[in-house]
Ligand binder design. Sequence first.
Ligand SMILES: [Ca+2]
Ligand SMILES: [Ca+2]
Length: 132
Amino acid sequence: MDTDANLGVDPGEYLRYKQVMEKPFQTMGIVPPYTSIKDDLFNYLNCRPKIDGINSCGDGYDRSDLRAILPILTPMTDDFLNGPIEYDLYVSYEMALRDYDRDGIITSTEQTLYTMHYNRIRDLWVSVTSSE
Ligand SMILES: [Ca+2]
Ligand SMILES: [Ca+2]
């Protein structure tokens, strides 16, 4: 629930937690990088619940948004949780891959670049591994 890891839970973090628990993003069986639903995913990440109940959408999402929602996008199996990479380090890796200009905000353009990059690398690996 403490998505910015500052040892406190502010109302925004609490509402984001409730959103993720009660109205999680629906992947509808689509697998990463969620190309066909990338705009819906971006909107889910970008629009934070407000205290008055009305969604608040900004210019992008930040690390705490990503940290709150990654468990939906990457199921946290026991193997993952007990693996060599701690969750916060994993979130940092994901931020580094997405935040091209290193300003701490993932814009729609950066989300698109990330998705394109992910697809390109996945296709490369598929072509490499299928030629063996
Ligand atoms: Ca906090
Ligand atoms: Ca950025």
